[in-house]
Design a protein around this ligand. Structure first.
Ligand SMILES: [Cu+2]
Length: 146
């Protein structure tokens, strides 16, 4: 009889521990929902408001391919303020490089063409291809300060 009571106590204790574990886990569902539903939205990126300017013929710091698989590669590009990104259409399909700031948007990047932007503000900027947005052709330019 005594032994059963001890077992019961242990059960109550472990149940209490499990409940505490659940309490710890509470923030994670919220974090998951804010991360999810990427798709056609702007995800975690912010919009570009004069985050850069067009350049021509400069040596790029980083190159991003726009491919016939309807992807930007790499999808996220890390750079510093003052760095230059060159998008290159490595296939034959027409793409666009579309930011919320139309002044640094290329509406038609044809096969073999390149397009260059110098980024002048820190931030994580979202862009997409207007032709293949529904296929997930999106990207991020992550600009670190200095
Ligand atoms: Cu595209």
């Amino acid at each position: 009889m005594r032994r059963l009571r001890i077992m019961g106590l242990l059960l109550v204790l472990s149940a209490g521990l499990a409940a505490a574990g659940c309490g710890d886990g509470l923030p994670s569902p919220a974090a998951t929902s804010s991360n999810g539903s990427g798709g056609t939205g702007s995800g975690n990126g912010s919009s570009c408001n004069q985050c850069g300017s067009l350049v021509h013929g400069a040596t790029p710091t980083v190159t991003v391919d726009a491919t016939d698989q309807d992807q930007f590669s790499p999808k996220t590009t890390h750079l510093k303020v003052g760095d230059i990104v060159e998008w290159k259409n490595t296939g034959v399909q027409t793409h666009s490089v579309t930011f919320s700031d139309a002044s640094i948007t290329d509406p038609t990047l044809n096969g073999g063409q390149v397009f260059e932007v110098k980024f002048t503000k820190p931030g994580n900027f979202y862009y997409y291809c207007t032709f293949h947005l529904s296929l997930g052709m999106t990207g991020y330019i992550d600009v670190a300060s200095g």
